[in-house]
Design a protein around this ligand. Structure first.
Ligand SMILES: NC(=O)c1ccc[n+]([C@@H]2O[C@H](COP(=O)([O-])OP(=O)(O)OC[C@H]3O[C@@H](n4cnc5c(N)ncnc54)[C@H](O)[C@@H]3O)[C@@H](O)[C@H]2O)c1
Length: 295
């Protein structure tokens, strides 16, 4: 067995199906582990909190699998009781301690705080925090930024941006040996991307917040990164008008001529979480096949 694959590979339960064979994501990491021996145990013993897994297409799930494959333990949240039943199988597969599989809707006062209390009680520390959530009301997201409502703007900023600042504040005392915090952004933060609309300014604020957090928490050894993946077909992405066209443009214009997968995002994020990246912070990491360098 490759040295960086967890010793016990639990069964996967997806929907009604029970599978004992590896799924494509697992196969990807197994094959990679055989090819790239180096970073296999790069996150051995690390404790990672992952917020934003809605299903097995979620970017956060790709990151959680990568953290796990490189040796980290994972704590995970679900947004509602309804979603809990769908993500339970993923939590099982990731080997999440039931005490660290917790509700977290960042709009509900006390839920994010309770997650960190449970981590303190169970682990006593945290090394990695991944924030992979976003929301904007549909009518504001589909209209011009010029027309967006105050309430819609504030809600999008609260859920998609300020919650990351709150997460960093709660993580700070638990990252006793330093750590790494990540949030998911998009190229629409930097340039006007057709139909990204309100999420553009929200992601711009998120990236700027991450830079300030990196500066403030850096002396404690805490690194902070916005991750900027190319378009990936996920539930959140389905809220963007004519998302397929964005994917088509990315696939034809990116230097790689390839679309990004959740495995690609997971792998690069796990690298940034490891000591291999110990003096990299504050930077927006584009995982987009090079799309952002094209004029
Ligand atoms: N899919 C893409 O093309 C793409 C590209 C770049 C960045 N992103 C960003 O990646 C992140 C993850 O999105 P995804 O594409 O994996 O989709 P996803 O739908 O799988 O994940 C979005 C997550 O946000 C969570 N969420 C929404 N409101 C919440 C709240 N109030 N409290 C807690 N959680 C809440 C959802 O439960 C879900 O888990 C988002 O920030 C998104 O903007 C996505």
């Amino acid at each position: 067995m490759p040295h960086n694959v967890p010793a016990s590979q639990p069964n996967i339960h997806r929907g009604q199906q029970t599978m004992t064979q590896l799924n494509p994501t697992e196969e990807f990491f197994r094959d990679l582990a055989e090819k790239v021996k180096g970073p296999g145990g790069a996150l051995e013993g690390k404790k990672a909190l992952v917020i934003g897994i809605a299903n097995d297409q979620s970017i956060a799930y790709g990151c959680a699998l990568a953290f796990r494959a490189m040796g980290a333990s994972v704590a995970m949240t679900y947004v509602s009781e309804k979603s809990k039943q769908y993500t339970q199988a993923l939590a099982n597969h990731l080997g999440v301690d039931p005490a660290l599989y917790l509700p977290c809707d960042v709009r509900i006062p006390g839920q994010l705080e309770a997650v960190f209390e449970a981590i303190e009680k169970t682990w006593g520390q945290l090394d990695i925090g991944l924030h992979s959530i976003a929301f904007a009301p549909r009518e504001d997201l589909h209209g011009r930024v010029t027309d967006c409502s105050r309430d819609g703007f504030l809600m999008a900023m609260d859920i998609s941006c300020h919650s990351f600042i709150r997460m960093a504040k709660l993580a700070e005392p638990l990252m006793k040996d330093g750590g790494a915090l990540f949030t998911m952004s998009y190229y629409g933060a930097e340039k006007v991307v057709d139909r990204y609309n309100l999420m553009g300014p929200v992601k711009a604020a998120l990236e700027a917040s991450a830079r300030y957090l990196a500066a403030e928490l850096g002396p404690k050894g805490i690194r902070v990164h916005p991750i900027s993946p190319g378009p990936i077909r996920t539930r959140a992405a389905s809220g963007i008008d004519r998302f397929d066209e964005l994917m088509e443009i990315a696939a034809t214009r990116a230097p790689s001529r390839m679309l990004v997968s959740i495995e690609d995002v997971g792998l690069a994020t796990a690298f940034l979480a490891s000591d291999y990246a110990r003096l990299i912070t504050g930077e927006t990491m584009h995982i987009d096949g090079g799309y952002h360098v094209i004029g």
